[in-house]
Design a protein around this ligand. Sequence first.
Ligand SMILES: *Cc1c(COP(=O)(O)O)cnc(C)c1O
Length: 372
Amino acid sequence: MTRTETRRIPVASPVIGARERELVLAALDAGEVSSMGRFVRQFEQGFADYVGMPHGIATANGTVALHLTLKAMGVRPGDEVIVPALTFVATANAVAYCGATPVLADVDPVYGNLAPAALEARITSSTRGIIVVHLYGHPADFGPIEAIAARHGLWIVEDAAEAHGAEYHGRKAGGLAAVSIFSFYGNKIITTGEGGMVLARDETLTARMRVLRDHGMTPGRRYFHEVVGFNYRMTNLQAALGVAQLERLDEFVGRRRHVAATYARLLAGARGVRVFGEEPWAKSAQWMASIEVDPAAGWNRDRLIADLSAVGVETRPFFIPLSRLPLYEQPPGTYPCAERLGGQALNLPSGATLSDADLEYVTTAIRDCAPR
Ligand SMILES: *Cc1c(COP(=O)(O)O)cnc(C)c1O
């Protein structure tokens, strides 16, 4: 590897091809540029079918998909909703939008997903439900969480924003709970630019979400409003992009899994480096291929990120645990696994367009950064 190379390997980049152009242009040519148009329903049904859920409600982004869900389920001030301590901030913010309190629970030490063992102690008489996140594409251990929720009469919402195509015991992520949400932001596994979707089993809840998504307008009575709704709609242009992307979702997931497996092979034996794999019961979507470095072996995560950047390898630190954000701050040490992963793990270039030569370049660069 030559240090003078001007190679730049991004963490993520969308794959937009001829089919995406074709369908977006079709939407434009039909004049169907806002939320009226054939692609919205087609994308909703296609994506719901893919995951194995009856109903899809397309939204402007993943964050409002979560807000819409919690609002439709009646989350209100005084309620508590349990969220993993390690996730993107939107998971907790959606709870806060409802005036409710996000209560943090620690995560498992290996994948950073909500730890069933940490969950029960966080339940109070105000707890209404649990948001389960499939972090970086690896499914959470849903079975034990579901058992705890059932025992306490709590609902579960899956935040599957990072887990399109992931599986838990052969069942698709986003199809495990009664309600789930996805994001189609530009760096997610499939994209609509900005975009999101709620998937739901229940017809009544679905109907309520469709009303709330469209200014709270009573179905069948134009400009008649009985509730404060939102404009959380997805446009037909976005949905056209989504329909085209959905056709290639399995291919993209396969590509990302190849990327993660290649990192694991090429970094095998590197001292103080752990490559994120998957549980025997899991098929990870590997949204972000990740490694954890061990400070005891001399690694410093943030120095590694800077050194890799200097040779053109873009990476991202793990999310800062919610408990370490001023917004949701808790005393240090309260969520040890979230804090450890948040400080020691990073995402490597993970896009579906990376070549094997890129992956070799990345792993050689990491080995070159090894502490001596
Ligand atoms: C991306 C993401 C979201 C929010 O999705 P947007 O479409 O960016 O609003 C929510 N939760 C998690 C875990 C995410 O990664």
